[in-house]
Design a protein around this ligand. Structure first.
Ligand SMILES: Cc1cc2nc3c(=O)[nH]c(=O)nc-3n(C[C@H](O)[C@H](O)[C@H](O)COP(=O)(O)O)c2cc1C
Length: 319
């Protein structure tokens, strides 16, 4: 089950007409969601970095929910980003903690749609104004999803808009966001994508028990590996024993490209993987540290309960 984390960057939800309604709707209507209201947690803007990073690690989908302030995120959310997206957490040689997670920007905008146009007074499109946050997601290896935003959300009594109109738009916004998140968490391609990421994370640790892998293999699975062909669960166990006696645990299989293509009722997964590993001195690799690029092609299916089963698994070493 995918977990969604909503970070609310509104500096004062007690005086909000729209963000507060959006957040309350998500809290009551979304499955497996947790909300962190930064204004309540950190009225002094002193962010508990450890707690925030722990919450991010737990999540699969991250939503930054905020009102659009001066063409950007409010200072509280910017401070949160500056403090939490640290070296070796979000970027740097070990900065892979957010990699593969989905990021949604969800925000409310005061100005009308037509003003965010090169020919109008706001000059830039909303997508252009979001480039710094989009690039932040890319640097952290996150999947940047199309932002969800709504115009005409400012309410100043007797000046801008009617309360019932902005509240109706806020409710529509929440349901649009929930639809977009559901597309990510429930589409077949996304289930396969998450499975592949998780598979490599588990395989990197080379656990003694191989049952966590065999439960995802069809009984007649065929493995075509550089070491030879291995068939069925018994075949996988033979290959896994070779892998465990060759590679030291905690190797790294970095997914550099991942493509998922439907083929009939199944999916073909094409991967470009960079393997970095230390090997045992008494193995065929004689204790060398290796870096290898491989192409992998898998054939998988989803069963009735959305569990992935692997039918074919081919690995071709490129270097
Ligand atoms: C400090 C501040 C800056 C704002 N800057 C912008 C802006 O750059 N562009 C815009 O369209 N609306 C701007 N607005 C309007 C807000 O986006 C709008 O009031 C907000 O989305 C409403 O959310 P709320 O009801 O949850 O407070 C700004 C509002 C404030 C208070």
């Amino acid at each position: 089950m995918s977990k969604t984390l909503v970070i609310s960057g509104h500096p004062n939800l007690a005086e909000s007409y729209t963000n507060t309604l959006i957040i309350d709707t998500l809290e009551t209507q979304m499955e497996d969601v947790s909300i962190r209201r930064l204004d309540t947690l950190y009225p002094d803007y002193k962010i508990d970095v450890e707690a925030e990073q722990a919450a991010l690690i737990e999540a699969d989908v991250i939503v930054l929910q905020f009102p659009f302030y001066w063409y950007s995120a409010p200072a509280l959310l910017k401070k949160w980003l500056d403090d939490v997206m640290t070296f070796n957490f979000a970027y740097g040689p070990e900065g892979n903690k957010l990699k593969g997670k989905d990021l949604f920007l969800s925000f409310t905008i005061g100005g009308p749609k037509e003003s965010y146009d090169p020919l109008s007074y706001n000059h830039f499109t909303i997508e252009q104004l979001m480039f710094p946050l989009q690039q932040t997601a890319y640097l952290a290896g996150m999947n940047y999803r199309p932002p969800v935003y709504t115009h005409g959300m400012v309410y100043i009594p007797n000046v801008y808009n009617k309360l019932e109109d902005v509240q109706a738009r806020a409710k529509q916004h929440a349901s649009r966001l929930m639809d977009e998140v559901r597309k990510v968490t429930h589409s077949d391609e996304e289930l396969v994508r998450k499975f592949v990421t998780n598979w490599f994370q588990q395989l990197d640790t080379l656990p003694t028990q191989e049952s966590m892998f065999t439960q995802s293999l069809s009984s007649d699975v065929v493995f075509n590996m550089p070491e030879g062909q291995f068939v069925g669960h018994a075949g996988f166990k033979d290959w896994y024993a070779i892998a465990r006696s060759t590679f030291k645990p905690n190797c790294s299989q970095g997914i550099e490209q991942l493509e998922i293509k439907p083929i009939g009722s199944q999916y073909q997964v094409s991967l470009h993987v960079r393997l970095k590993a230390d090997t045992f001195p008494d193995s065929s690799m004689k204790g060398e540290s290796i870096e290898l690029v491989v192409n992998e092609t898998w054939l998988v299916s989803l069963d009735d309960t959305n569990n992935v089963k692997i039918h074919e698994y081919e690995v071709v070493a490129l270097s």
